[in-house]
Design a protein around this ligand. Structure first.
Ligand SMILES: O=C(O)c1cc(=O)[nH]c(=O)n1[C@@H]1O[C@H](COP(=O)(O)O)[C@@H](O)[C@H]1O
Length: 238
């Protein structure tokens, strides 16, 4: 998978999104389309981003009964995105169904989008997980458990925080993707994120990919912020 930091394009519409991307010139990016943008613009935003040469993570976090997820994934596979996701809490049968849908929908001659599951949102603390989801295990144990059932279902990896990534690599294997949001350069505001880490900590923990939104999208100089985060993530000098 493309190793560039994945930029979360959490914008309200296409115009704002494209104006933002124009600031990056010809840089080939890995971008993430979330619910806000997709629910406004629909599939056309994916093809426009692909036409601009970007890799696309479509982050809709599917979580429904297996039949519904399978049929939805069949449609998403036809949109040309590179990476999609589901909520691991939907269960292993739902995750298997997601893969079946993706395989059925992938046009002949193309590779199916990678599929990862969200374990515990990076905006969730251990205390909140235990009191609201009534999970008595630790947050780390819950993430590992979800990672294990996701791998058994055939998924390509998980979304987790940097804090759990090394444990997943050692217990599940390094070929299994760990895609980590909650990335904050030193001193940046955490906002609603609870399990945060710097790009350097992400690199040192061996995560596969980082997802970065507001530290880039709300910056006065987005391309410069992206460049610095990428440098720190790759281990170069800022
Ligand atoms: O699936 C995701 O992408 C995701 C999972 C998760 O556990 N936490 C999380 O923050 N995300 C997404 O990652 C992005 C993080 O954005 P910032 O907090 O602005 O950097 C947002 O678009 C979230 O929707």
């Amino acid at each position: 998978m493309n190793q560039s930091p994945i930029i979360a394009l959490d914008f309200s519409g296409k115009k704002e999104t494209m104006e933002f991307l124009d600031l990056f010139g010809n840089e080939e990016l890995f971008v993430k389309i979330g619910m806000e943008l997709f629910y406004k613009e629909g599939p056309s935003v994916i093809s426009e981003l692909k036409d601009r040469g970007h890799d696309v993570f479509l982050d809709l976090k599917l979580h429904d009964i297996p039949n519904t997820v399978k049929r939805a994934m069949k449609n998403l596979a036809q949109m040309g995105c590179d990476l999609v996701n589901v909520q691991a809490a939907g269960g292993s049968v739902m995750m298997e169904a997601a893969l079946e849908g993706l395989e059925a929908g992938t046009p002949a001659g193309q590779t199916r989008p990678l599929c990862i599951s969200v374990t515990q949102l990076t905006s969730t603390s251990e205390e909140q997980m235990q009191s609201e989801q009534l999970i008595s295990a630790s947050l780390g144990e819950s993430v590992i458990h979800y990672a294990r059932i996701s791998q058994q279902a055939g998924l390509d990896g998980v979304v987790c925080s940097v804090q759990e990534a090394a444990m997943i690599a050692s217990q599940i294997g390094t070929g299994f993707l760990t895609v980590c949001p909650g990335i904050r350069p030193a001193g940046a505001a955490a906002g609603d994120q609870k399990r945060v880490a710097t790009p350097q900590q992400a690199r040192e923990s061996g995560v596969s990919s980082i997802v970065v939104g507001r530290p880039i999208t709300t910056s006065a100089t987005p391309f410069e912020s992206y460049r610095l985060i990428k440098q720190e993530w790759e281990g170069g000098q800022a």
